[in-house]
Ligand binder design. Structure first.
Ligand code: ADP
Ligand code: MG
Length: 247
């Protein structure tokens, strides 16, 4: 069963049509890599899934629930409930600079008051351990490397036990020698059956970890297929031209 079903999604900024007609179906535990040229709408697509942008038309279904149906959004309480099922990791980490690592993880769950402080503390310890940063719990983001910051951001996104993780070019702000540690955490999440949509320029990661690769250009998905098919035998000229440039 699809856990994400996007149908004919549209988004404009003023007169600029950024998402023309985006449809996407992601199965439970599937890892989908989204590739495509800069400016093609990849971030806008991901941000619309997380309700960081409001779409102008089309539908987004998360499991049985509609985040937006034919361009119409439900109540803000309903939107919050649906978006809480997703975590997002950004290119520039977006950590809170004035909070230490542990407080970055614990802020949102504490505000939500669903769990006791002890439960939240135990979870943040588990997740920092999982990303190999328990010894950095008291450090501030400014004292971490880019790779460490991104691993904190992933741990933070996991604090609310999301069913889906959305990644927007999680390694593109990193020095090349620091991408491996972040990709390793993502690989582990994929092995643990996390559903992930990963906008990435890491073709190696897409090849190795993604179940499916989707190519976006000019606000539409042009082509999708298995990594073998997309990298080995792309059908569309635009996909070929793009892959020739980046591979
Ligand atoms: P990508 O992530 O594929 O590089 P984006 O989704 O960031 O593409 O952007 C697609 C297009 O939408 C670009 O032309 C960009 O300038 C425009 N865009 C994105 N966000 C905004 C915004 N908040 N206001 C106006 N234009 C935007
Ligand atoms: Mg982008």
């Amino acid at each position: 069963m699809a856990i994400i079903e996007v149908t004919n999604l549209k988004k404009s900024f003023g007169d600029t049509e950024v998402l023309k007609n985006v449809s996407l179906s992601v199965e439970q535990s599937e890892v989908v890599a989204v590739i495509g040229p800069s400016g093609s709408g990849k971030s806008t697509m991901l941000r619309s899934l997380a309700y960081l942008e409001e779409a102008n038309g089309g539908s987004i279904q998360i499991g049985e629930e509609y985040l937006v149906k034919d361009g119409k959004y439900p109540s803000s309480a309903k939107i919050k409930q649906i978006t809480s099922r997703m975590g997002m990791v950004f290119q520039h980490f977006n950590l809170f600079p004035h909070l230490n690592v542990r407080d970055n993880l614990e802020l949102a769950p504490k505000l939500l008051k669903q769990f006791s402080s002890a439960e939240i503390r135990s979870k943040s310890s588990d997740l920092l351990n999982k990303v190999g940063l328990l010894d950095k719990a008291d450090a501030y983001p400014s004292n971490l490397s880019g790779g460490q910051k991104q691993r904190v951001a992933i741990a933070r996104a996991l604090m609310m036990s999301p069913e889906i993780l959305l990644f927007d070019e999680p390694t593109s702000a990193l020095d090349p020698e620091l991408t491996g540690e972040v990709l390793q955490v993502m690989r582990q999440l994929a092995e643990e059956q996390m559903t992930m949509v990963v906008v990435t320029h890491e073709m190696g990661f897409a090849k190795e970890v993604a179940d499916r690769v989707m190519f976006m250009a000019d606000g539409e998905f042009i082509e999708s297929g298995s990594p073998e098919q997309m990298f080995g035998n792309p059908r569309h000229e635009r996909t070929k031209a793009f892959l020739n440039r980046v591979l």
